[in-house]
Design a protein around this ligand. Structure first.
Ligand code: URA
Length: 255
């Protein structure tokens, strides 16, 4: 045993000695007493710290409203000649708050079948124009002034355009593009509320609902034009768009 430490206590021996002493003194019964209870150690309850609420998503409300609007469009029966012949309505594709939106006339056969605007031949050319400007197709918003395919791809009537106009305006306001391009005469006339043709409207800068607007030829017109002149004009219009946006103008790769 080292100096300064107590010897271990033999408790059993001490109890036995104490009982012997009691017995010697004539004590024959020792009450048991209450069993020893040991209070449980207090359990540490971890403090609950509330998670900070995620910041509100400013786009969530408009995304929801666009979904509701697209449902309204899908159920529209305002134009007898369109809703009875369409496979489905074609609402639009792309992100909210895009730098630029492209607006066409109305869905064609491929769009009526798939539900997505500009997926046929004209759509493939539009994608090349978009890429030529330095954008990815999925970065821009693409939609039409009319949501149903006119049978045989005929030009929409003024009544059909007027019926669809409130849908288009609400969609435009919810998407909020920073710049907009009207593709072809029907879209340009509808946005500018004019009867002037696209040949005279193109090449200049306008505004639609406070958003800078450029009008240009429709990609289907380019597909029909064998001279190549329209292609050059569209590229001039895209350069006007890019200059207005303050973007660099990509160099054209000659084939
Ligand atoms: N032409 C249009 O104007 N819109 C489409 O979606 C397809 C072809």
């Amino acid at each position: 045993m080292t100096e300064g430490t107590s010897p271990p206590i033999d408790l059993a021996r001490q109890v036995r000695a104490h009982l012997d002493a009691l017995r010697a003194a004539g004590v024959t019964f020792v009450p048991r007493g209450e069993p020893l209870t040991i209070a449980p150690a207090p359990v540490a309850v971890p403090e609950v710290v509330a998670e900070p609420a995620p910041p509100p998503d400013p786009l969530a409300g408009r995304t929801r409203e666009l979904t509701v609007l697209s449902g309204e469009v899908a159920g529209c029966n305002r134009c007898e000649g369109l809703f009875s012949t369409r496979t489905q309505t074609v609402f639009g594709v792309g992100p909210i708050d895009p730098d630029v939106a492209f607006v066409g006339e109305a869905p064609g056969a491929d769009e009526d079948r798939t539900g997505e605007p500009f997926v046929g031949k004209a759509g493939q050319l539009l994608t090349r124009i978009i890429n030529g400007c330095g954008f990815k197709r999925e970065e821009v918003y693409i939609f039409n002034t009319l949501k149903c395919r006119p049978p045989g791809n005929r030009t929409p009537t003024p009544d059909e355009c007027a019926n669809c106009r409130p849908f288009f305006e609400r969609q435009f306001d919810l998407v909020r593009p920073k710049f907009v391009v009207a593709l072809g005469g029907t879209a340009a006339k509808s946005l500018l509320n004019t009867t002037t043709g696209i040949t005279r409207l193109r090449g200049k800068l306008y505004e639609f609902r406070g958003v800078p607007l450029v009008c240009t030829f429709h990609p289907s017109a380019l597909l029909r034009d064998e001279s190549g002149a329209m292609k050059r004009d569209v590229w001039e219009d895209m350069k006007l768009l890019l200059r207005t946006m303050g973007r660099e103008i990509p160099t054209v790769k000659k084939a």
